[in-house]
Design a protein around this ligand. Structure first.
Ligand code: G3I
Length: 384
């Protein structure tokens, strides 16, 4: 009798411990597991910030502790006409971040894309002078960074300034101002908010030529006494690119210059890359498009599991380098709202993010949490 009571008690105790642990694991978000390591962030669209998508917001609150605006802080939206700023969406974004105690990054101050039509030209449509463009850049940066001083904690100051071969992209910024446009942008951003962290952000940085160009840039900014806190490595990855050893080398190379590394725009596409030239108009070729959209109704199991494995491998690399990585940000919340569905071909069905079209966490989320917990059990670290 006594023995059976003891056994029943032991079983009850074991089951309740097991249940409590399971419930705790279910409640644990990415941000809880990754707290000792780095911020885990997501990009937010204007609609999400405006609360039009409550399921997305629930995911943000549970899983993320950092946000970045996907579009509303780009110059074409913030200053559509010279001197006329539009801050409604950006203000809502910042208010949302503050209400939810989220680390906020501003994206992005100087970029060749999504610039307003007036920015580089005079009233006759001719390129403005170097001095005029510098003055316009300064005014834009001072106004935008100044408005969110002390509230937005870090800025993508310059975005995508290099070509894949490491040469400067021949953007209007470069053509009119020259290489100096980068140090000037960092100088103005620091002037506008001396406490804000400042980042250089680009894609394809696992590629050695581009990586070396960015290493040289960081060294040169530092040599000029300018503030730069981190390199943002966009992570618009595919199933066979980048080579993850090269990705790891790039993290190490940037860290060796003394700055932090941020994985800033992470997603992992499963869709084929079209090999068409600019003269082949894929949008008018239905059959061709169809072959480039192979999974409209869901992923085959083998692809899904390879995708999960690759995501996990990437996160294991990030965790191994948690001492130098200060943030990992996904470029969106769910597969329903990723830019990947519309690029480089409109209307495809892609699966690049951690949450599916119904905002359910994919199995990889639990795997990442497990990997983080295991690693943190071995050795902790407080994020900086
Ligand atoms: O706001 C207009 C709207 O008025 C118009 O009706 C509609 C018609 O298509 O377009 C809307 O603008 C779109 C904008 O997103 C805002 O939704 C543009 O067409 C669309 O091209 C734009 O795409 C964004 C892209 O940057 C622009 O280059 C993507 O959402 C955004 O995810 C993407 O993000 C970039 C990062 O900023 C930098 N790194 C690469 C990354 C992926 O391209």
């Amino acid at each position: 009798m006594k023995n059976s009571l003891i056994i029943t008690f032991a079983i009850l105790l074991f089951s309740s411990c097991f249940l409590t642990k399971t419930i705790a694991q279910k409640k644990e978000g990415l941000k809880d597991a990754l707290k000792p390591d780095f911020f885990i962030g997501t990009a937010l669209s204007v609609n999400q910030v405006a609360g039009k998508d409550p399921r997305a917001l629930a995911v943000v609150r549970k899983h993320f502790d950092a946000i970045v605006p996907e579009n509303c802080m780009k110059s074409m939206f913030l200053q559509p006409e010279q001197g006329h700023f539009f801050f409604d969406d950006a203000d809502r974004f910042v208010a949302f971040g503050e209400r939810n105690h989220l680390w906020m990054t501003g994206h992005c101050l100087v970029w060749h894309s999504q610039t307003p039509a007036w920015l580089f030209v005079d009233k006759n449509g001719k390129d403005v002078s170097r001095d005029t463009l510098i003055a316009r850049m300064r005014n834009h940066i001072m106004t935008v960074v100044g408005r969110y001083k002390g509230r937005i904690k870090g800025w993508d100051v310059v975005n995508e300034a290099f070509n894949d071969d490491g040469t400067y992209r021949k953007s209007k910024w470069y053509e009119i101002i020259g290489e100096d446009f980068i140090p000037l942008a960092f100088k103005f951003a620091h002037e506008a908010d001396p406490n804000a962290q400042l980042y250089y952000n680009d894609y394809g940085l696992a590629n050695a030529a581009k990586r070396n160009a960015v290493v040289k840039l960081v060294q040169s900014l530092k040599a000029q006494g300018l503030r730069i806190d981190a390199v943002g490595e966009q992570g618009h990855n595919g199933m066979n690119y980048p080579d993850l050893r090269e990705l790891e080398k790039s993290i190490e190379a940037f860290a060796a210059t003394g700055v932090k590394v941020m994985i800033t725009e992470l997603d992992l596409t499963v869709l084929p890359t079209p090999t068409h030239t600019e003269t082949a108009d894929v949008s008018t070729n239905f059959e061709y498009q169809k072959s480039l959209n192979p999974y409209p109704d869901g992923l085959p199991e083998a692809i899904d599991s390879a995708w999960t494995q690759r995501y996990l491998e990437m996160f294991k690399i990030f965790l191994r380098h948690k001492d130098v990585i200060s943030r990992v940000t996904l470029w969106g919340i769910s597969d329903a709202d990723t830019w990947r569905n519309d690029w480089p071909i409109k209307g495809r069905t892609d699966y690049p993010l951690l949450f599916d079209r119904q905002y359910n966490a994919k199995p990889v989320v639990a795997e990442i949490i497990k990997a983080a917990n295991e690693m943190n059990k071995k050795n902790g670290k407080n994020k900086s």
